[in-house]
Design a protein around this ligand. Sequence first.
Ligand code: DGT
Ligand code: CA
Length: 588
Amino acid sequence: MIDDLTHTALAVTKDTVLRILNDIGLLLELKGENPFKSRAYYQAARALEKESGDIADLVATGAISSIKSIGPAIAKKLTELVTTGRLDYYEQLKASIPPGCIEMLKAPGLGPKKIHILCNVLGIATLSELERACRENRLLDLPGFGQKTQEKILAGIEQVKSYRDRYLFASVAGRAEELTGFLRVQEGVTAVETAGSLRRLCETVKDIDVVAASAAPEILADAFAAMPSVAQVTAKGATKVSVRLSSGIAADLRIVSPGQFPYALHHFTGSKDHNTALRGRAKRMGFKLNEYGLFEGERLIHCSTEEELFGALGLCFIPPELREAMGEIEAAEGSAIPDLIDMKDVKGLLHVHTDMSDGSDSLERIVSAARAMGLSYIGIADHSISAAYAGGLSEEAVKRQHALIDEIMARHPSPHIFKGIEAEILADGSLDFSDDILETFDFVIAAVHSHFSMSAEAMTNRILTALDNPLTAILAHPTGRLLLARKPYAVDIDRVIDRAVEHSVAIELNANPLRLDLDWRQIRQALGKGALIAINPDSHRAADLKDIRFGLNIARKGWMTPKHCLNCLDVKEIGDVFSRKRNRRRKS
Ligand code: DGT
Ligand code: CA
């Protein structure tokens, strides 16, 4: 979505160029320009996405001009963007549209054409003006709008409002690391850690919390406030500095003395409910716990690490990601904190797209990326025939892909390539390929990508039917949510989990940082019922195999250990799991 791109001297990446091309297309649509104009930008983005060369090289050699679908005018703009880090045309275009109209794009049910009408016919320029117009039924007289559209828009506005001021973990984590890296090397600093929801590996965060210990707090406060990435200093005292970064997110730095660090780090890591529970425990033991220390009367109980702090309270260390007041204190009391899953436990990755459907890298490239990651297997799962929007594979294409996989495996036995498919769950719960075709795959992932607005009962039955198919090995992104963008569809997840357990279908934890679906709270619930979870990258580029780390964060938040995870099985074990599915079909 259109973002504030504050240009720096940093090299412009291909992703940024693609995003800006798509943004220009959208902005032109918002302005009500000739559709040919916006289409030219969308087409240029698609063409560039398929190019494997480095964007800077394409521009430097002039090869950018010979790419089909990139005409001279767009090539010139791309050259300006890549060589100067800024595109004047884009900046002017953004400035010519009220920010409120751009924000409206985030509301489901509102596309650029409708927003253009609302802004130009009704003169609406902000989300709250639009909300008022809906409540006053002023949309009903507009061409192409009706009662239903108006209701949908209102629901969309509610959603945008509820997501305002939160950020995806993945879009903030890198910035927080830069920030702590900067603070660590400042004079007098003895310790720096991120805290808050970011340290707890939450899927979205409101801000960046950092705790630092320093013998020279004033110097550190000044250095933090003067960082080049700071757009505004919102509060500045001796122990706390609050800023807004130029990317829009707020960051809070708490500065404490080295002796206070473990207590402050624990306090500002939270969660609030965990803190409340731990303070209650301390009180029952005759202590007082706060951000300044653990006290017995006036006496400070000395702890030099968080481990020692937990130890003083009779507990083993609680990893930050578990501090959600969901039984972690009781578990730590009995030394029953699980040995949480880690990247070293992951043997392979499933649910990987190639350029045969809507991925952008070839099978071979993906396989080499998997090899470089040290994986012992990879499970290709492109879209199936009825996913026309995503270049779903025809039966013919499936045969070609299988032949290609056989050929690659003959040349390189490792990593092993499992032949999979992400089959569409149709509205009636059947899968879109016949079982005879599905049986030609090693594994079948069943996925809902359509008819999201069914009733909970209908959606649940639809998914249960798909789980009843003896060939279904994995249920993809079980609730369909897109973080900060789309709510889960209505579904009785308890019944879905029960049925998945009954038929030994693994439930996906989709590692795409926008999805992270199944939610960690529900993962915990699913583990309690004996579910097996597949942590899948759902990658559309070789580089996105690394998204697995976002899935692992959430898996840990859901108390997962390697034994709960399908892709912690070794190649032989997972091959046997898949074979059992096919045998079950033959018997059924
Ligand atoms: P967020 O920012 O909404 O993503 O979530 P958090 O958990 O980072 O919340 P935030 O930034 O408001 O506060 C950071 C931590 O500081 C929080 O997890 C626990 C601690 N904290 C803040 N305010 C309070 C409070 O009023 N009481 C207690 N016990 N702890 C607090
Ligand atoms: Ca926070």
